[in-house]
Design a protein around this ligand. Sequence first.
Ligand code: 1PR
Length: 536
Amino acid sequence: MEVTLLDYGAGNVQSVFNAIRTLGFKVRYVQGPEDIAKAECIVFPGVGAFGPCVDALQSKGFFAPLQQYLKEDRPFFGICLGMQTLFEGSAESPGVAGLGVLPGTVERFPETSLAVPNINWSGVAPMLADPWPLEKAQPRCYFVHSYRVPMTTAPWALACSEYGEKFVCAVRQGNCVATQFHPEKSGTVGLRILETWLKGRAPGEAAPAEAFCPEPPARRIIACLDVRANDAGDLVVTKGDQYDVREKEGSVRNHGKPVSLAERYYQDGADEVSFLNITAFRDMVLEDQPMLEVLRSAAEKVFVPLTVGGGIRSYVDEKGRSYSALDVADAYFRAGADKISIGSDAVEVAKAYYAAGKKGDGGSSIELISTKYGRQAVVVSVDPRRVYVADPKSCAHNCVEVGLTDKATPVGPNGERFAWYCCTVKGGREDSDLDVVQLAQAAEALGAGELLLNCINRDGQGNGYELELVQQVKSACTLPVIASSGAGCPEHFQQALAVGADAALAAGIFHRQEVPIQEVKSYLSKTEIPVRNLNA
Ligand code: 1PR
């Protein structure tokens, strides 16, 4: 069977393509409206915002043929926004009509203390006695979304999940199946769902299941690969101490090849893998073909979310050609990234936001990329350095009291008990006058979907995360926060998650094989922090 992939420019198209091809099926892209009418089966991977997605379907001439295809009850699998567009509309884009195959509108998660977007591996509980193509005891899958289909027991509601409240996370009506979660990024569990659907069978009757209690969202454990060229010009995974990645004698530390390590971490149960191209701030990223090749190869083998950062900004090449940050992000998404992460440029963008009286101009990297690919695809990577302060009242920045949550945190060189976190750029080489709270709030206002919270003081030290920093940022914004820098043992992950981090990332201890990912997860399970079970 040949699968027709509806590519309207969404960020996860490459990931869906890779997943289907890995399962042994042929895939072709929709080139024009006539391909929809001819398709044997259609997969519609959607991410981003509802309105721009419908606009893209309309302007490419796909909307009416797709409606007709669905009316004829031919095989269809929608993913994420590909599920939401089946409804009549969405609160995300009032007045924009969806495909209208299913009744009702998609709503935003209500304002609660929960971080939005919901970026989690969450339980999926079938609501129908015959849950095809899901499993009766369906393990957790990967979700990333800010809008959801309100809970209902309508006969098309196939499964529900929970994030503060229950919501519908999979639908089935005749031969039309769709999921809010991303099967292409849900590891072997997700591949199994896609394979079951691709092999096809007539769905059973829509008799309700007995009970549906989804497992709670799992906290994510992320493996990070700092990548750069060594002195011989080969791309290697490196790892610094407080951002210094060179051995004493001067060579760049080498922990191995990026693709093999990414694959190893996927097999070991990492819930996400991040690549940071750490010297990209001085390169012309679009000419960095080896890095794009790394991403392409990794995306063919790693079926959990891949984030890539480094050099996402506008620049002018040697021939005087201009490239926007969106051009760079486009190349990363086409190579298989699911999210991009912006470091140095986010600081510049935030500075401009405050200079303009807390307004964006629509043309910044954060705004351009989140408008096209959706907020959930934009991570802001923060590289803060601790600056000690004797008296927070005499400091213009947002301060914390150090040593409150982590007794090992040293007080300042002159006995200072307070600090603010200065956002640096170019891999910690330059300071800015922006503190982390200012950066987090500007990033949230401009459309970022998540924060990667590093800490230069902690990086590579193995003495735990900077807990004060995590607490401060969590209380200043509603974005999901990934704690990073300083993990040395499983207990450190627990501490970061206990003070509110939504996910915890580590590099050195995984590269040096000091602590396996599964050991971290076993420890967290024992402390009743839910984690994704690899063997589910
Ligand atoms: O500024 O948009 O070009 O992005 C550059 C990216 O590269 C940023 O995300 C920045 O954090 C990262 N980066 C730049 N220089 C370095 C360096 O190490 N010299 N790495 C660097 C940042 C921090 C984490 C590290 C954690 C966990 N490294 O990536 O993996 O601290 O480490 P640990 O568990 O071993 O403590 P732009």
